[in-house]
Design a protein around this ligand. Structure first.
Ligand code: FES
Length: 204
């Protein structure tokens, strides 16, 4: 697991404030928790701050969320640096590709996916491509191992990938018309490839 730190000062915006709409939403979130436990809203609030900031979480946003919830900055920083769902560096405008590098994905061809990311996006993780549109990083298991290898882009997983199909997925984001998420082969969800293999004599 990589060390997770906030981005260097030269990449950090000076300040952050929720939009009026997000501020309203944040105020509603804290009412979901019992009196005195409002700090429990930290994860949804950090997530909304990240979405508002184009997909990554600057230090100013972490501080702003901590102030909003009346907690020490370091406590919010601990949460933001623990979970890989929070991106601490600027990411690609069109897609940030989180590539699973855990054993089942490695055994089923994740190396080819990393290769495409190195060539097409940047040779280093967490660096934005020359056109500013893409970035990538390695993450731990994305919870879809049965359809390995898997990547997560924004809120969706793309599964059963090959070097060719990840190229098509990236082409879709480049054109602003992403392909359908989920398996990229002939498979329904996590059912067997090519259709049912058991209970075939049972009529629906
Ligand atoms: S090991 Fe890759 S999704 Fe679980």
């Amino acid at each position: 697991m990589a060390v997770r730190r906030v981005a260097p000062p030269k990449l950090q915006p000076k300040d952050f404030a929720f939009t009026a709409e997000n501020l309203d939403w944040a105020k509603k979130q804290v009412t979901k928790y019992p009196e005195g436990r409002q700090q429990s809203a930290i994860i949804p609030l950090l997530w909304r701050a990240q979405e508002q900031n184009g997909g990554w979480l600057p230090e100013a946003a972490i501080r702003a969320v901590a102030d909003f919830l009346g907690m020490a900055h370091i406590r919010a920083l601990e949460v933001a640096t623990f979970y890989t769902m929070f991106l601490l560096e600027p990411c690609g405008k069109k897609a940030h590709v989180q590539v699973c590098g855990t054993t089942p994905c490695r055994l089923r061809g994740a190396d080819a996916i990393f290769e495409v990311c190195h060539k097409r996006i940047h040779h280093e993780p967490l660096h934005v491509s020359a056109d500013g549109d893409f970035s990538w990083e390695e993450v731990e298991c994305l919870g879809a191992c049965v359809n390995a290898p898997v990547v997560l882009i924004w809120n969706d997983t793309y599964e059963d990938l090959t070097a060719e199909s990840i190229e098509k997925v990236l082409d879709g984001f480049a054109k602003g018309a992403p392909v359908k998420p989920g398996p990229q082969i002939d498979r329904q969800m996590s059912a067997p490839v090519g259709g049912p293999t058991t209970l075939k004599s049972v009529k629906a």
